[in-house]
Design a protein around this ligand. Structure first.
Ligand SMILES: Nc1ncnc2c1ncn2[C@@H]1O[C@H](COP(=O)(O)OP(=O)(O)O)[C@@H](O)[C@H]1O
Ligand SMILES: CC(=O)OP(=O)(O)O
Ligand SMILES: [Mg+2]
Length: 382
């Protein structure tokens, strides 16, 4: 490859496309944007149109995708199954492999496939790299990855814990070690990625050993619109007693549950405001959210045996002092303490919120999935 050093990163979600252009010679962000409300009124009609809007926006800002500086396009792909466990150069065969995984991630993988197809059309000459959310979790041992159901059935249908948000868990666990001035191999970290989707991971010496999401991004923590853990029998009950169909229950648990289902709002800022006004449903939603989080902190403390750091990241983790304080309250016995003054500081930098000399460092570590994807992409494409 020539001296081209720009990487375009595409993160195609179920209803939005986030894009960033980075110059990997300096790791500087040249431009970033988002096309939201895909398929809704006032938004782009579909993902293909959203990507064309992104290309037009970049062109207007002086970064046309026809530029010879563009070296590669990196795509966030949510589900890589057992087949894709590292960043992968996209070929026709790889694209077909990603399409094969659509049944395991029906909300996410179709958008990722469209993103790859449109980017290939725009620049057929460029390497396209798929970076998988599941890849960092490929090291999770069998004891944590296997569900206790009939092995033959599980293997036939690919039912196991895959885990998601892997680029974030990888990036944040390394950045946490750097914040502590230690090597990733020397630290055990619990990473709490709390965005719209939310997941926790247990990272031992840089290697992921457990995570809260499972076969799909539905399991685990309470999320903006997803329920996280429920007794699987809730589904049978809704079918048999509630007369609901499979798709209806899927939509209920993925899109009408979590914080939204509990109080009608999926944004933690609004929940905070409503709690200030004495709204009981918002208070309950907050408490259910925090209780689930604490359960996973406890579980992953046991999984790791020794915890050096707890890292809060993504929209809620980076911005909500209230969630951090509540999640870590009364955990002195586990060595986890939050200093209220440090916790109240607003900053975009990685920082400690625990007092100096704490047994466990509690930290806010901003994630950067796009930079991580751009690094993986550039490393493969150049
Ligand atoms: N200042 C803030 N205080 C509390 N929560 C916030 C704040 N800013 C953002 N959030 C939360 O972060 C969520 C979005 O997180 P983000 O990581 O950007 O999501 P995504 O999964 O879409 O990447 C919002 O829905 C909101 O709940
Ligand atoms: C996998 C997943 O939950 O992604 P997001 O948080 O982008 O919805
Ligand atoms: Mg996110």
């Amino acid at each position: 490859m020539s001296g081209a050093s720009w990487v375009l990163v595409l993160n195609s979600g179920s209803s939005s496309v986030k894009y960033q252009l980075l110059d990997m010679a300096t790791e500087r962000r040249l431009a970033a944007g988002i096309v939201e409300r895909i398929g809704e009124e006032g938004g782009a009609g579909d993902h293909a149109e959203a990507l064309r809007r992104a290309a037009t926006d970049l062109k207007e800002r002086g970064f046309g995708l026809d530029s010879p500086e563009l070296a590669a396009v990196g795509h966030r792909v949510v589900h890589g199954g057992t087949r894709f466990t590292r960043p992968t150069l996209v070929t026709d065969e790889v694209l077909a492999g990603i399409e094969d995984l659509v049944p395991l991630a029906p909300l996410h993988n179709p958008a990722n496939v469209t993103g790859i197809k449109v980017a290939r059309e725009l620049r057929p000459d460029l390497p396209q790299v798929a970076v998988f959310d599941t890849a960092f979790h490929a090291t999770i041992p069998e004891a944590a990855a296997r569900y206790a159901i009939d092995t033959e059935v599980a293997d036939r249908f690919g039912i196991r814990r895959y885990g998601f948000h892997g680029t974030s868990h990888a990036y944040v666990s390394r950045a946490t070690a750097a914040l502590l001035g230690r090597e990733p191999a020397d630290v055990n970290v619990i990473v709490l990625h709390l965005g719209n989707g939310a997941s926790a991971s247990a990272v031992r010496g840089g290697v992921c050993v457990d995570t809260s999401m499972g076969l799909t991004p539905l399991e685990g923590l309470v999320m903006g619109t997803r329920s996280g853990d429920v007794d699987p029998a809730v589904i049978f009950h809704l079918e048999r007693v509630g007369g609901m169909g499979t798709d209806e229950i899927d939509t209920l648990l993925n899109k009408r549950s979590g914080l939204l289902g509990l109080c009608g709002a999926n944004d933690m800022r609004e929940i905070g405001r409503r709690m200030g006004e004495g709204d009981a449903a918002a208070q309950t939603a907050f408490e259910v959210y925090v209780h689930r989080l604490r359960r996973y902190v406890g579980a992953f403390t046991a999984v790791l045996g020794r915890v050096d750091a707890v890292a809060f990241t993504a929209g809620v983790g980076e911005n909500s002092a209230a969630v951090r304080a509540a999640a870590m309250a009364d955990l002195e016995g586990l060595g986890m303490v939050v200093d209220p003054v440090r916790n109240a500081v607003r900053s975009s930098a990685a920082r400690l919120v625990s007092p100096d000399g704490s047994r466990v460092a509690v930290a806010v570590v901003p994630t950067d999935e796009e930079l991580e994807i751009a690094r993986d992409t550039y490393a493969l494409a150049r």
